[in-house]
Design a protein around this ligand. Structure first.
Ligand code: FMN
Length: 454
């Protein structure tokens, strides 16, 4: 038993997280470009009282180099197109009321002023429901859209991300409460003492400020992070409110959970200030056998050459098509893209003695996230177990295709979690911070002023 409540996010991976999910008879593959699909999934999640909806993002087509070289298997690849997420969040703010709206923006191919402004605008438009998933970029293909041949080194990307975070949050504090006076009588529009220049000069950025937008009802957007490498964990522990992660085994998830909470404590934070949410892909069935049959059917839709593509961005540049599919996964050169994901895939293959074909099919099915095959009862049991044993504070539910598996999860699994008292029946508050049980970040200038006065 636990008195902690599960946090649930809907991780909307379009048109489906399984590489062949879009071929399923129930799938609507046009959801990748159809805003009505995004709106429907978000509204279904809101009706089920999810904390948030989350959109991942890449600023490029995954595998575009191979596509340019004419690799035929690429023409079978889904998860290549999507709507720009901050524009999407703004539109979703107009058709929802309570659910948190979270999306990725990379610190590697953006400027902090633009990101600070964009997410704070969504936070105002949604009345305090925005969240920014800060990543340092995964797929190498992005670099060629921004004037580079490859990503800058992993360590440098994180160094830039640290500074990026400082600038964005510094800009978000530009205006103290009461900074806008708008007094018609006196003609005074702003209180000059309550508007602040950041005057940031660092290695990567030089930003004067102030931001031309005030703080929101929740102070700042919620900060999510999804890096699991050493540098990623450290940045998350210091700065994130939410950590998205890929964990497949409870013991490893517990170790990750304990590690992040300990690192957060080392930075003087309370363990409750940071919510850890592994991904979870449900494959439901009326019975366990029925669920397994549903999974096998989905896997039968995926050709081996497509499955192999799921390993491209963790292969460290090695061409895996040159290796026998029934041989072992070869040793991989270090990846400059997603280090933690590479380590996870290699460990899964080695621990389970998998062939290249098997690990490729496994990765293509879950992209590293836990695929949970079973009845609604079984899923609720597992989720409760992970919560109770401190392997997770909640889950980011990502489906193989849309909309049916997500609708089924919301109508079949969520009510069981509610009956067991581990998931809310009503939203606690209006803002995402209120619903996640997070504090409003204090404005740094107000804090300094109060300290000086005391
Ligand atoms: C749930 C989840 C979502 C992620 N979303 C993105 C994303 O939208 N864009 C991206 O480039 N990387 C994404 N990543 C991967 C990494 O977080 C990211 O690229 C990172 O900053 C580098 O990872 P590392 O610290 O694990 O090496 C995601 C990872 C997870 C677990």
């Amino acid at each position: 038993m636990t008195n902690r409540m599960l946090r649930l996010g809907g991780f909307f991976s379009v048109p489906g997280n399984h590489l062949a999910g879009w071929r399923h008879p129930d799938a609507i593959p046009t959801y990748d470009m159809d805003f009505q699909g995004y709106a429907h999934i978000t509204q279904v999640a809101e009706a089920a009282k999810f904390d948030c909806i989350f959109f991942q993002d890449t600023v490029g087509v995954s595998g575009s180099r191979q596509l340019a070289r004419g690799e035929r298997a690429r023409s079978k690849l889904s998860r290549t197109v999507k709507l720009e997420p901050t524009a999407t969040l703004a539109a979703l703010a107009m058709v929802t009321e309570r659910i948190g709206l979270v999306a990725t923006a990379t610190t590697t191919y953006n400027e902090p002023y633009n990101i600070a402004r964009r997410f704070m605008s969504i936070d105002h438009m949604s009345e305090g429901r925005a969240g920014w998933n800060l990543v340092t970029s995964q797929i190498e293909d992005e670099s060629e859209n921004f004037g580079f041949d490859q990503h800058m080194a992993h360590a440098e990307r994180y160094e830039r991300a640290e500074e990026f975070y400082e600038v964005v949050t510094g800009l978000w504090d530009s205006w103290e409460d009461g900074g806008l006076v708008r007094d018609k009588e006196s003609g005074v529009y702003m209180d000059r003492d309550k508007v602040h220049f950041l005057d940031h000069v660092g290695k990567h950025f030089k930003v004067k400020g102030p931001l031309n937008i005030t703080r929101s009802p929740q102070g700042w957007p919620v900060i999510a992070q999804a890096g699991s490498s050493e540098a990623g964990r450290d940045l998350a522990a210091r700065t994130a409110d939410v950590v998205f992660t890929a964990q497949t085994k409870i013991d490893e998830a517990k170790a990750f959970y304990a590690d992040i909470k300990q690192r957060a404590a080392n930075y003087g934070r309370s363990p409750d200030d940071i919510k850890i949410m592994p991904g979870l892909t449900p494959v439901l069935g009326k019975t366990m056998d029925d669920a397994r049959a549903n999974y096998e059917y989905l896997q039968s839709l995926m050709p081996d050459d497509v499955a192999l593509l799921s390993l491209t961005h963790i292969s460290g540049g090695l061409d895996l098509t040159k290796f026998p599919l029934d041989g072992p996964l070869p040793d991989l050169p270090p990846s400059n893209a997603a280090k933690a994901r590479q380590a996870l895939v290699v460990k899964t293959a080695r621990d389970n003695n998998m062939t290249l074909r098997q690990i490729a099919r496994h990765t293509a099915a879950g992209t590293g996230h836990r695929v949970i095959v079973g009845t609604a009862e079984y899923m609720a049991d597992e989720m409760e177990k992970w919560l109770t044993e401190e392997a997770a504070d909640g889950f980011n539910v990502v489906c193989n295709h849309y909309p049916k598996p997500f609708e089924d999860f919301c109508t079949e699994v969520v009510p069981l979690l509610q009956q067991r008292g581990v998931f809310r029946k009503e939203y606690e508050g209006k803002t995402l911070r209120e619903n996640l049980g997070l504090k409003i970040p204090e404005n740094r200038y107000t804090k300094a002023r109060l300290k000086e006065a005391s």
